[in-house]
Ligand binder design. Structure first.
Ligand code: XLS
Ligand code: NI
Ligand code: NI
Length: 437
């Protein structure tokens, strides 16, 4: 097949002074940061659904994207052809990973059996391309939200037949992910929620979701898939309320249904925003429960209340994200997955490169900034000092479980008024961070 991007060569690092738009200014895959190559810190991943399948449609208009390789069909033939385009893109970009939904890579057939056959054919092609390149699968997932059968949800549908169909689909998507050596598998509860409580038995739906995920864990064991499962929180859109609404809600759900040992979280910036949190909040909540798994790297628009899935180009954002990630030991099986799409006005194929280069350079800078903040040490030292009252005396006794209300009352009576509070120095710290940006 002729190249899909004939005018674009492999993207190289040319440094911050370069004026070449098809070059990295900051991302040097092999440069060591804190003793580890940047590419191993960041583990960039390209999404099949946006980069290959996103055509720029919105609720007011049809797609705008110009994609010379597309023949306008959602056929198996086109799906097979598209694999070469995806791998050419990832290779030219130097992205080591990709991620997909079953229905992004292969078309849904007239029956489940036919859909499975389509998926098998494309998986074979993906496997061939993976073997001939250095591009690997970060994670796979099942699309349980596009087809009308999922109108009431998938695992949380009021219709048991839909639950069964969804289970069959996840079973197959999990097997495809395993076949392709995927590093993990994601559950995003696209329509697992409700639009009105008038028609909803919330407890029963949550119980069904818990049962569904236990079945997935059992199947994972039976096929020998070793990668982690991730849940991806999102509070709303398409439903009014999604059960996996934010990191804390997911963790509570997993704990309640005794699934915490089998899942980590895949956190997405725009979803955090929709939940009324910062991405760093979500990362810290996940890390506190030892469940920080992977990230969907994008950003929203502060003036819009939906999932705009824009490419991340904000250095404050990526520095904060990378600071949390480095502080918690970095990715293992997870990565930086660009769950992001070019604007519908950015309709040319080269925009796909501009967008990913921007995201990768912004994350590369975020990583370097975070490493510099850590090396400097003042921020961490400030936080350590701030809690120093817990390192000895009464604080240490509380942390060690050696003091109760009786001991604390005796201590407080003897102490008199608290006179030792020190400033939180927020403005000082915000300015400190700016020294590195
Ligand atoms: C949608 C989600 C979705 C998941 C994968 O908002 O971000 O794309 O990442 O199902
Ligand atoms: Ni996502
Ligand atoms: Ni999203």
């Amino acid at each position: 097949m002729a190249a899909a991007f004939p005018k674009i060569a492999k993207i190289q690092f040319e440094g911050p002074r370069s004026r070449n738009p098809f070059a990295f200014k900051h991302y040097t895959p092999d440069e060591l940061v804190e003793g580890k190559a940047m590419k191993d810190h960041l583990r960039f991943s390209v999404t099949y659904w946006h980069t290959m399948r996103g055509m720029g449609a919105d609720m007011f208009g049809v797609g705008t994207m110009r994609r010379p390789w597309e023949d306008g069909t959602n056929s198996l033939k086109m799906a097979l052809k598209r694999v070469a385009v995806m791998f050419e893109f990832c290779e030219k970009l130097g992205a080591p990973f990709y991620a997909f939904h079953d229905r992004d890579v292969a078309p849904e057939g007239a029956t489940l059996r036919e859909s499975n056959k389509n998926l098998d054919a494309v998986v074979k092609e993906l496997k061939k391309f993976q073997k001939n390149t250095d591009v690997k699968l970060l994670w796979g997932t099942a699309c349980l939200f596009v087809n009308p059968r999922f109108m009431h949800g998938a695992a949380t549908s009021c219709n048991a037949d839909v639950f069964a169909y969804a289970a069959a689909q996840v079973k197959k998507a999990l097997e495809a992910t395993h076949e392709l050596g995927g590093e993990g598998y994601v559950f995003w509860g696209g329509r697992e929620g409700y639009t009105t409580l008038l028609n909803t038995d919330l407890k029963r739906e949550m119980d069904h979701l818990g049962a569904f995920l236990h079945m997935a864990v059992a199947h994972k064991k039976s096929i020998g898939f070793k990668g982690p499962f991730y849940i991806e929180p999102k509070p709303k859109e398409p439903t009014k309320h999604q059960y996996d609404s934010d990191a804390a809600a997911c963790l509570n759900f997993l704990r309640e249904y005794k699934l915490l040992d089998h899942f980590k979280l895949n956190l997405e910036t725009n979803h955090a925003t929709l939940a009324g949190h910062t991405m760093q909040h979500e990362l810290e909540v996940a890390a506190a429960a030892n469940a920080l798994g992977s990230i969907d790297a994008n950003t929203g628009d502060i003036l819009l209340g939906w999932d705009t899935d824009q490419f991340p180009t904000d250095l404050y954002l990526t520095s904060q994200i990378m600071l949390s990630i480095l502080n918690h030991g970095g990715f293992t099986t997870g990565g930086t997955n660009f769950d992001a799409k070019v604007r519908r006005e950015s309709f040319e194929p080269e925009d796909l490169f501009h967008a990913h280069i921007a995201g990768m350079d912004t994350f590369a800078r975020g990583l370097k900034i975070a490493a510099a903040i850590r090396k400097d040490g003042r921020l961490a030292e400030f936080v350590r000092q701030r809690y120093s009252s817990w390192d000895s005396g009464i604080g240490e006794q509380v942390e060690k479980g050696k003091a109760g209300f009786k001991e604390l009352e005796a201590y407080a009576l003897k102490m008199g008024e608290v006179t030792t509070n020190i400033s939180g120095r927020q403005e000082f710290l915000e300015n400190l961070i700016n020294e590195f940006i």
